[in-house]
Design a protein around this ligand. Sequence first.
Ligand code: SF4
Length: 160
Amino acid sequence: MEVPLNHRDIARLIAHFPEAELTELVRMVPADSSDPDALKLENSWRVLSLPNQGPEKGCKFLNENQCSIYRSRPTACQNFPLKFNKKKQLEIAPEHFLLYELACDKAPMPRSSRAIQALEQNEREFKEYRRLVKAWNLRVGDQVEKQTLTELWQYLKNYS
Ligand code: SF4
């Protein structure tokens, strides 16, 4: 499963691992150009995601079934497996199908202010991130030499 990252998620990861290389904290996953999170990177379309432990393997930060970066985990992880429905009620996200089938009768979840705050924060961050993504794609255009992860972070960190 891909865990999408936005600019604020990356800033939290860097603060947690100040000595780490950016490529140890962020994975560039091939994407479709129509994806609102798709960036022009290295002459291709990519979305930014949490690194995993290898192809088809779990998150790099999962250690003995526990999140080793719990306080700095991305907002997508903070929300898992909840989402807002059209009436802005909490429900289990259908993409988490197994859990949905096993543990949810599709009824709205009881209101939980922490979960609502986390989802609202996630929405705000990704709205801001998508504006930055659009601006980045226009800015780098066809200049492949400018489409590096390091250049991208130099640009994004001004807004993090
Ligand atoms: S909660 Fe922690 S271990 Fe799980 S995917 Fe997120 S960062 Fe990785």
